[in-house]
Ligand binder design. Structure first.
Ligand SMILES: *Cc1c(COP(=O)(O)O)cnc(C)c1O
Length: 423
Protein backbone atom coordinates (compact mmCIF):
# COMPACT_ATOMS: atom_id res chain seq x y z
CA UNK A 1 0.00 0.00 0.00
CA UNK A 2 1.16 3.53 -0.77
CA UNK A 3 2.40 5.45 2.23
CA UNK A 4 -0.01 8.26 1.29
CA UNK A 5 -2.98 5.90 1.42
CA UNK A 6 -1.83 4.73 4.83
CA UNK A 7 -1.87 8.34 6.11
CA UNK A 8 -5.26 9.05 4.54
CA UNK A 9 -6.63 5.98 6.29
CA UNK A 10 -5.05 6.41 9.69
CA UNK A 11 -5.18 10.22 10.05
CA UNK A 12 -8.16 11.24 7.92
CA UNK A 13 -10.48 8.28 8.38
CA UNK A 14 -10.51 7.50 4.66
CA UNK A 15 -11.82 4.01 3.95
CA UNK A 16 -10.58 1.54 1.33
CA UNK A 17 -13.62 2.03 -0.91
CA UNK A 18 -13.04 5.81 -1.00
CA UNK A 19 -9.38 5.33 -1.90
CA UNK A 20 -10.43 3.17 -4.83
CA UNK A 21 -12.98 5.73 -6.04
CA UNK A 22 -10.32 8.42 -5.69
CA UNK A 23 -7.80 6.47 -7.75
CA UNK A 24 -10.30 5.86 -10.54
CA UNK A 25 -11.44 9.48 -10.49
CA UNK A 26 -7.89 10.82 -10.60
CA UNK A 27 -6.99 8.59 -13.54
CA UNK A 28 -10.04 9.85 -15.39
CA UNK A 29 -9.08 13.49 -14.68
CA UNK A 30 -5.78 13.20 -16.58
CA UNK A 31 -6.83 15.01 -19.72
CA UNK A 32 -8.73 17.73 -17.85
CA UNK A 33 -5.66 18.24 -15.65
CA UNK A 34 -3.39 18.63 -18.65
CA UNK A 35 -5.73 21.26 -20.12
CA UNK A 36 -5.65 23.13 -16.83
CA UNK A 37 -1.84 22.98 -16.85
CA UNK A 38 -1.79 24.47 -20.34
CA UNK A 39 -3.94 27.41 -19.27
CA UNK A 40 -1.84 27.86 -16.14
CA UNK A 41 1.34 28.01 -18.18
CA UNK A 42 -0.12 30.60 -20.54
CA UNK A 43 -1.41 32.81 -17.72
CA UNK A 44 1.75 32.36 -15.69
CA UNK A 45 3.83 33.65 -18.59
CA UNK A 46 1.40 36.52 -19.14
CA UNK A 47 1.75 37.56 -15.50
CA UNK A 48 5.52 37.11 -15.49
CA UNK A 49 5.75 39.24 -18.61
CA UNK A 50 3.79 42.02 -16.92
CA UNK A 51 6.18 41.93 -13.95
CA UNK A 52 9.15 42.15 -16.31
CA UNK A 53 7.60 44.95 -18.31
CA UNK A 54 6.88 47.14 -15.29
CA UNK A 55 10.35 46.65 -13.80
CA UNK A 56 9.35 45.68 -10.29
CA UNK A 57 12.11 46.30 -7.74
CA UNK A 58 12.58 45.93 -3.98
CA UNK A 59 11.87 49.64 -3.36
CA UNK A 60 8.25 48.92 -4.33
CA UNK A 61 7.97 46.79 -1.19
CA UNK A 62 8.67 49.70 1.13
CA UNK A 63 5.85 50.59 3.49
CA UNK A 64 4.19 53.98 3.21
CA UNK A 65 2.50 56.26 5.72
CA UNK A 66 0.04 59.11 5.99
CA UNK A 67 -1.48 60.40 2.78
CA UNK A 68 0.75 58.17 0.72
CA UNK A 69 1.40 60.73 -2.02
CA UNK A 70 3.48 59.16 -4.81
CA UNK A 71 3.52 55.81 -3.00
CA UNK A 72 5.79 53.85 -5.33
CA UNK A 73 4.44 50.47 -4.21
CA UNK A 74 0.81 51.42 -4.71
CA UNK A 75 1.47 52.97 -8.10
CA UNK A 76 3.48 49.97 -9.27
CA UNK A 77 0.84 47.52 -8.10
CA UNK A 78 -1.87 49.39 -10.00
CA UNK A 79 0.32 49.56 -13.10
CA UNK A 80 0.90 45.83 -12.85
CA UNK A 81 -2.80 44.92 -12.54
CA UNK A 82 -3.62 47.18 -15.49
CA UNK A 83 -1.01 45.32 -17.57
CA UNK A 84 -2.18 41.87 -16.52
CA UNK A 85 -5.83 42.63 -17.29
CA UNK A 86 -4.98 44.56 -20.44
CA UNK A 87 -6.73 47.65 -19.10
CA UNK A 88 -5.67 51.28 -19.47
CA UNK A 89 -5.86 51.83 -15.70
CA UNK A 90 -6.50 50.00 -12.44
CA UNK A 91 -7.30 50.61 -8.80
CA UNK A 92 -5.81 48.01 -6.44
CA UNK A 93 -6.23 48.85 -2.80
CA UNK A 94 -6.20 47.24 0.63
CA UNK A 95 -8.74 49.95 1.55
CA UNK A 96 -11.28 48.17 -0.64
CA UNK A 97 -12.68 45.77 1.95
CA UNK A 98 -14.06 43.05 -0.31
CA UNK A 99 -15.31 42.15 -3.75
CA UNK A 100 -18.71 43.55 -2.87
CA UNK A 101 -17.07 46.85 -1.94
CA UNK A 102 -15.17 46.95 -5.26
CA UNK A 103 -18.40 46.33 -7.17
CA UNK A 104 -20.31 48.89 -5.09
CA UNK A 105 -17.62 51.53 -5.71
CA UNK A 106 -17.86 50.86 -9.42
CA UNK A 107 -21.65 51.09 -9.53
CA UNK A 108 -21.91 54.15 -7.26
CA UNK A 109 -19.05 55.80 -9.10
CA UNK A 110 -20.64 55.41 -12.50
CA UNK A 111 -24.40 55.62 -11.92
CA UNK A 112 -26.69 58.46 -10.90
CA UNK A 113 -30.32 59.55 -10.73
CA UNK A 114 -32.39 58.43 -13.68
CA UNK A 115 -29.84 55.89 -14.88
CA UNK A 116 -30.77 52.35 -15.74
CA UNK A 117 -28.69 49.39 -14.59
CA UNK A 118 -29.18 46.09 -16.40
CA UNK A 119 -27.80 42.78 -15.14
CA UNK A 120 -27.57 40.68 -18.28
CA UNK A 121 -26.55 37.51 -16.44
CA UNK A 122 -29.59 37.07 -14.22
CA UNK A 123 -29.93 38.29 -10.66
CA UNK A 124 -26.54 39.22 -9.23
CA UNK A 125 -24.57 37.59 -6.43
CA UNK A 126 -26.43 37.70 -3.10
CA UNK A 127 -24.43 40.56 -1.56
CA UNK A 128 -25.30 42.82 -4.50
CA UNK A 129 -29.02 42.66 -3.77
CA UNK A 130 -28.81 45.24 -0.98
CA UNK A 131 -26.72 47.53 -3.17
CA UNK A 132 -29.30 47.45 -5.91
CA UNK A 133 -32.12 47.83 -3.42
CA UNK A 134 -33.86 44.47 -3.41
CA UNK A 135 -36.03 45.24 -0.39
CA UNK A 136 -37.69 48.38 0.94
CA UNK A 137 -35.36 48.29 3.96
CA UNK A 138 -32.18 48.51 1.86
CA UNK A 139 -30.61 51.72 3.11
CA UNK A 140 -28.30 53.70 0.88
CA UNK A 141 -29.12 51.54 -2.11
CA UNK A 142 -28.85 52.54 -5.75
CA UNK A 143 -32.64 52.44 -5.86
CA UNK A 144 -32.76 55.10 -3.15
CA UNK A 145 -30.48 57.23 -5.33
CA UNK A 146 -32.89 56.87 -8.24
CA UNK A 147 -31.13 54.16 -10.24
CA UNK A 148 -33.53 51.74 -11.89
CA UNK A 149 -32.62 48.05 -12.05
CA UNK A 150 -33.56 45.13 -14.22
CA UNK A 151 -32.15 41.60 -14.46
CA UNK A 152 -32.36 39.60 -17.67
CA UNK A 153 -32.92 35.90 -16.89
CA UNK A 154 -29.93 33.62 -17.45
CA UNK A 155 -30.90 30.17 -16.13
CA UNK A 156 -29.89 28.53 -19.37
CA UNK A 157 -27.13 30.91 -20.35
CA UNK A 158 -27.17 34.43 -21.79
CA UNK A 159 -30.33 35.42 -23.68
CA UNK A 160 -28.50 37.20 -26.48
CA UNK A 161 -31.56 38.30 -28.40
CA UNK A 162 -33.33 39.65 -25.34
CA UNK A 163 -30.16 41.45 -24.22
CA UNK A 164 -29.91 43.16 -27.60
CA UNK A 165 -33.57 44.09 -27.60
CA UNK A 166 -33.59 45.52 -24.07
CA UNK A 167 -30.37 47.47 -24.63
CA UNK A 168 -31.69 48.92 -27.89
CA UNK A 169 -34.95 49.99 -26.26
CA UNK A 170 -33.70 51.26 -22.93
CA UNK A 171 -30.16 52.49 -23.65
CA UNK A 172 -29.05 51.56 -20.12
CA UNK A 173 -26.23 53.53 -18.53
CA UNK A 174 -24.55 50.30 -17.48
CA UNK A 175 -24.88 46.66 -18.47
CA UNK A 176 -23.36 44.21 -16.01
CA UNK A 177 -22.26 40.62 -16.44
CA UNK A 178 -21.27 38.25 -13.66
CA UNK A 179 -18.63 35.84 -14.94
CA UNK A 180 -19.06 33.36 -12.12
CA UNK A 181 -22.24 31.54 -11.30
CA UNK A 182 -22.09 32.61 -7.66
CA UNK A 183 -24.84 30.89 -5.66
CA UNK A 184 -27.04 30.36 -8.70
CA UNK A 185 -27.65 27.15 -10.55
CA UNK A 186 -26.63 28.53 -13.90
CA UNK A 187 -23.45 27.91 -15.84
CA UNK A 188 -20.58 30.36 -15.45
CA UNK A 189 -19.89 32.57 -18.44
CA UNK A 190 -16.98 31.66 -20.66
CA UNK A 191 -14.95 34.09 -22.77
CA UNK A 192 -16.65 33.23 -26.06
CA UNK A 193 -20.08 33.93 -24.62
CA UNK A 194 -18.99 37.19 -23.02
CA UNK A 195 -17.43 38.40 -26.26
CA UNK A 196 -20.59 37.71 -28.23
CA UNK A 197 -22.77 39.44 -25.63
CA UNK A 198 -20.50 42.50 -25.47
CA UNK A 199 -20.73 42.89 -29.25
CA UNK A 200 -24.50 42.74 -29.07
CA UNK A 201 -24.66 45.35 -26.29
CA UNK A 202 -22.22 47.59 -28.17
CA UNK A 203 -24.25 47.42 -31.35
CA UNK A 204 -27.59 48.01 -29.60
CA UNK A 205 -26.45 50.77 -27.26
CA UNK A 206 -22.96 52.12 -27.99
CA UNK A 207 -22.95 54.47 -24.97
CA UNK A 208 -23.69 51.80 -22.37
CA UNK A 209 -20.83 50.96 -20.03
CA UNK A 210 -20.13 47.23 -19.98
CA UNK A 211 -19.10 46.03 -16.53
CA UNK A 212 -18.00 42.56 -15.48
CA UNK A 213 -18.08 41.17 -11.96
CA UNK A 214 -14.87 39.21 -12.43
CA UNK A 215 -14.91 37.48 -9.02
CA UNK A 216 -13.72 33.85 -9.27
CA UNK A 217 -13.10 34.15 -13.01
CA UNK A 218 -9.53 35.50 -13.10
CA UNK A 219 -7.00 33.20 -14.83
CA UNK A 220 -9.53 30.41 -15.39
CA UNK A 221 -9.30 30.96 -19.14
CA UNK A 222 -6.66 32.56 -21.32
CA UNK A 223 -8.70 35.74 -21.81
CA UNK A 224 -9.91 38.44 -19.43
CA UNK A 225 -13.05 40.55 -19.98
CA UNK A 226 -11.38 43.85 -20.96
CA UNK A 227 -9.69 42.01 -23.84
CA UNK A 228 -13.13 40.85 -24.94
CA UNK A 229 -14.59 44.35 -25.04
CA UNK A 230 -15.73 45.13 -21.48
CA UNK A 231 -15.16 48.67 -20.18
CA UNK A 232 -14.63 47.90 -16.53
CA UNK A 233 -14.07 44.88 -14.28
CA UNK A 234 -14.00 44.46 -10.51
CA UNK A 235 -13.02 41.70 -8.15
CA UNK A 236 -11.65 40.63 -4.81
CA UNK A 237 -8.03 40.14 -3.77
CA UNK A 238 -8.86 37.34 -1.36
CA UNK A 239 -10.05 35.36 -4.34
CA UNK A 240 -8.13 34.42 -7.51
CA UNK A 241 -5.82 37.40 -8.19
CA UNK A 242 -4.51 37.56 -4.62
CA UNK A 243 -2.99 34.11 -5.07
CA UNK A 244 -3.76 33.28 -1.45
CA UNK A 245 -1.20 35.78 -0.19
CA UNK A 246 -2.90 39.16 -0.50
CA UNK A 247 -4.22 39.80 3.01
CA UNK A 248 -7.25 41.90 1.97
CA UNK A 249 -8.42 44.25 -0.75
CA UNK A 250 -10.17 44.59 -4.06
CA UNK A 251 -9.39 45.79 -7.56
CA UNK A 252 -11.11 47.60 -10.38
CA UNK A 253 -9.61 47.86 -13.87
CA UNK A 254 -10.75 49.43 -17.09
CA UNK A 255 -11.21 52.61 -19.11
CA UNK A 256 -9.20 55.53 -17.74
CA UNK A 257 -12.13 57.97 -17.59
CA UNK A 258 -14.24 55.48 -15.64
CA UNK A 259 -11.41 54.61 -13.26
CA UNK A 260 -10.96 58.32 -12.55
CA UNK A 261 -14.63 58.72 -11.61
CA UNK A 262 -14.52 55.64 -9.40
CA UNK A 263 -11.39 57.05 -7.77
CA UNK A 264 -13.39 60.14 -6.78
CA UNK A 265 -15.91 57.83 -5.17
CA UNK A 266 -13.19 55.81 -3.40
CA UNK A 267 -11.64 58.85 -1.70
CA UNK A 268 -13.15 62.17 -2.67
CA UNK A 269 -13.63 64.43 -5.69
CA UNK A 270 -10.43 66.34 -6.34
CA UNK A 271 -8.29 63.78 -4.53
CA UNK A 272 -9.16 60.57 -6.31
CA UNK A 273 -6.40 58.01 -6.56
CA UNK A 274 -3.57 60.31 -5.47
CA UNK A 275 -3.71 59.23 -1.83
CA UNK A 276 -3.67 55.96 0.06
CA UNK A 277 -0.83 54.58 2.14
CA UNK A 278 -0.18 51.08 3.41
CA UNK A 279 2.24 50.68 6.28
CA UNK A 280 2.20 46.89 6.04
CA UNK A 281 3.88 46.87 2.59
CA UNK A 282 2.44 45.73 -0.72
CA UNK A 283 4.84 42.78 -0.90
CA UNK A 284 2.19 40.03 -0.44
CA UNK A 285 -0.01 41.64 -3.12
CA UNK A 286 2.81 41.43 -5.65
CA UNK A 287 3.79 37.95 -4.62
CA UNK A 288 0.17 36.81 -4.61
CA UNK A 289 -0.50 38.12 -8.11
CA UNK A 290 2.63 36.34 -9.28
CA UNK A 291 1.39 33.02 -7.83
CA UNK A 292 -2.24 33.53 -8.83
CA UNK A 293 -2.30 31.64 -12.17
CA UNK A 294 -0.71 28.60 -10.52
CA UNK A 295 -3.02 28.73 -7.52
CA UNK A 296 -6.08 29.04 -9.76
CA UNK A 297 -4.84 25.93 -11.58
CA UNK A 298 -4.66 24.07 -8.25
CA UNK A 299 -8.20 25.16 -7.38
CA UNK A 300 -9.45 24.01 -10.77
CA UNK A 301 -7.83 20.60 -10.37
CA UNK A 302 -9.52 20.19 -7.00
CA UNK A 303 -12.86 21.20 -8.51
CA UNK A 304 -12.55 18.78 -11.42
CA UNK A 305 -11.56 15.96 -9.06
CA UNK A 306 -14.50 16.62 -6.71
CA UNK A 307 -16.86 16.83 -9.66
CA UNK A 308 -15.64 13.48 -10.93
CA UNK A 309 -15.90 11.75 -7.54
CA UNK A 310 -19.39 12.99 -6.67
CA UNK A 311 -20.82 12.40 -10.12
CA UNK A 312 -19.55 8.80 -9.85
CA UNK A 313 -21.54 8.50 -6.65
CA UNK A 314 -24.69 9.76 -8.34
CA UNK A 315 -24.80 13.30 -6.92
CA UNK A 316 -25.81 16.30 -9.02
CA UNK A 317 -22.63 18.18 -9.84
CA UNK A 318 -22.08 21.30 -11.85
CA UNK A 319 -19.95 21.80 -13.85
CA UNK A 320 -19.64 18.15 -14.89
CA UNK A 321 -16.07 16.82 -14.70
CA UNK A 322 -15.28 17.44 -18.36
CA UNK A 323 -17.38 20.57 -18.83
CA UNK A 324 -15.82 23.90 -19.81
CA UNK A 325 -15.35 26.19 -16.81
CA UNK A 326 -15.56 29.97 -16.54
CA UNK A 327 -14.93 30.16 -12.80
CA UNK A 328 -13.46 28.12 -9.96
CA UNK A 329 -16.77 27.28 -8.29
CA UNK A 330 -17.92 23.69 -8.16
CA UNK A 331 -21.43 22.98 -7.02
CA UNK A 332 -22.31 19.68 -5.42
CA UNK A 333 -25.97 18.86 -4.99
CA UNK A 334 -26.79 16.91 -1.85
CA UNK A 335 -30.08 15.35 -0.89
CA UNK A 336 -30.62 16.93 2.52
CA UNK A 337 -29.50 19.86 4.64
CA UNK A 338 -27.69 17.35 6.88
CA UNK A 339 -25.60 15.96 4.02
CA UNK A 340 -24.72 19.45 2.92
CA UNK A 341 -23.70 20.56 6.40
CA UNK A 342 -21.58 17.39 6.83
CA UNK A 343 -19.70 18.18 3.63
CA UNK A 344 -18.86 21.70 4.78
CA UNK A 345 -17.78 20.39 8.17
CA UNK A 346 -15.43 17.86 6.55
CA UNK A 347 -13.87 20.59 4.42
CA UNK A 348 -13.19 22.47 7.63
CA UNK A 349 -11.70 19.38 9.29
CA UNK A 350 -9.20 19.02 6.45
CA UNK A 351 -7.87 22.57 6.69
CA UNK A 352 -4.62 24.05 7.94
CA UNK A 353 -6.31 26.58 10.24
CA UNK A 354 -9.07 25.87 12.77
CA UNK A 355 -9.48 22.26 11.75
CA UNK A 356 -10.79 21.71 15.28
CA UNK A 357 -13.68 24.15 14.83
CA UNK A 358 -17.05 22.97 13.57
CA UNK A 359 -18.89 25.44 11.31
CA UNK A 360 -22.66 25.90 11.78
CA UNK A 361 -25.27 27.71 9.66
CA UNK A 362 -25.69 31.40 10.65
CA UNK A 363 -27.36 34.65 9.55
CA UNK A 364 -24.54 36.26 7.62
CA UNK A 365 -24.80 39.99 6.86
CA UNK A 366 -25.72 40.62 3.23
CA UNK A 367 -27.26 37.19 2.66
CA UNK A 368 -30.98 36.45 2.76
CA UNK A 369 -30.86 32.78 3.84
CA UNK A 370 -28.82 31.20 6.59
CA UNK A 371 -25.38 30.33 5.30
CA UNK A 372 -22.83 27.73 6.37
CA UNK A 373 -19.23 28.53 5.59
CA UNK A 374 -16.27 26.24 5.93
CA UNK A 375 -12.99 28.01 5.55
CA UNK A 376 -9.97 26.86 7.48
CA UNK A 377 -8.06 29.58 5.74
CA UNK A 378 -5.01 31.66 6.62
CA UNK A 379 -6.83 34.77 5.41
CA UNK A 380 -10.29 35.09 6.94
CA UNK A 381 -12.94 34.45 4.29
CA UNK A 382 -10.41 33.80 1.53
CA UNK A 383 -12.19 31.64 -0.98
CA UNK A 384 -9.13 30.98 -3.12
CA UNK A 385 -8.16 28.79 -0.18
CA UNK A 386 -10.27 25.65 0.04
CA UNK A 387 -13.67 26.70 1.24
CA UNK A 388 -17.20 25.47 0.96
CA UNK A 389 -20.30 27.45 1.54
CA UNK A 390 -23.96 27.01 1.11
CA UNK A 391 -27.12 28.93 1.70
CA UNK A 392 -29.36 26.54 3.65
CA UNK A 393 -32.19 26.26 1.15
CA UNK A 394 -33.35 23.58 -1.28
CA UNK A 395 -31.95 22.18 -3.50
CA UNK A 396 -29.21 21.70 -0.88
CA UNK A 397 -26.26 22.71 -2.96
CA UNK A 398 -22.77 23.19 -1.58
CA UNK A 399 -20.49 25.55 -3.44
CA UNK A 400 -16.90 24.49 -3.14
CA UNK A 401 -14.05 26.61 -4.33
CA UNK A 402 -10.38 27.22 -3.97
CA UNK A 403 -7.55 25.11 -2.72
CA UNK A 404 -4.04 26.55 -2.68
CA UNK A 405 -2.91 22.95 -3.18
CA UNK A 406 -5.23 20.46 -4.82
CA UNK A 407 -4.00 17.60 -2.62
CA UNK A 408 -5.94 19.18 0.23
CA UNK A 409 -9.15 19.15 -1.82
CA UNK A 410 -8.56 15.49 -2.58
CA UNK A 411 -8.10 14.61 1.10
CA UNK A 412 -11.27 16.49 2.10
CA UNK A 413 -13.35 14.81 -0.60
CA UNK A 414 -12.05 11.33 0.24
CA UNK A 415 -12.73 11.91 3.92
CA UNK A 416 -16.26 13.05 3.24
CA UNK A 417 -17.20 10.19 0.93
CA UNK A 418 -15.83 7.78 3.52
CA UNK A 419 -18.64 8.90 5.80
CA UNK A 420 -21.40 8.47 3.22
CA UNK A 421 -23.60 5.41 3.45
CA UNK A 422 -22.69 2.87 0.77
CA UNK A 423 -25.72 1.86 -1.27
C1 LIG B 1 -17.49 36.66 -3.88
C2 LIG B 1 -18.28 37.34 -4.92
C3 LIG B 1 -18.71 38.64 -4.75
C4 LIG B 1 -18.51 39.40 -3.48
O1 LIG B 1 -17.21 39.40 -3.04
P1 LIG B 1 -16.90 39.48 -1.46
O2 LIG B 1 -15.44 39.61 -1.44
O3 LIG B 1 -17.40 38.20 -0.89
O4 LIG B 1 -17.62 40.65 -0.95
C5 LIG B 1 -19.41 39.21 -5.77
N1 LIG B 1 -19.67 38.54 -6.90
C6 LIG B 1 -19.26 37.28 -7.09
C7 LIG B 1 -19.57 36.59 -8.37
C8 LIG B 1 -18.55 36.64 -6.11
O5 LIG B 1 -18.15 35.39 -6.29
Amino acid sequence: MRLTDEILKSKYGVIERALKIGREAQAQCASAFSQIEETTEFNQLKVLEAFRQCRLAPNHFSPSYGYGYSDAGREKLEELFALVFNAPKAIVRPQIASGTHALALTLYGLLGRGDKLIYASGRPYDTLEEIIGASEESKGSLKELGVEFEAIPCENGLEYELIGQICAEQKPALVAFQRSRGYALRPSLCCGQLKKAFEIVRAASPESIIMVDNCYGEFVEECEPIELGADIIAGSLIKNPGGGLAPTGGYIAGRADLIERIGYRLTSPGIGLEVGSYAASYLPFFQGLFLAPHVVGQALKGAVFASNVYSRLGYRVSPLPGEKRGCIIQSLGFNTAQELIAFCQDVQRVSPVESHVLPEPWDMPGYQDQVIMAAGAFIQGASIELSADAPIRPPYTAYMQGGLVWEQVKAAVLKHISGLKAD
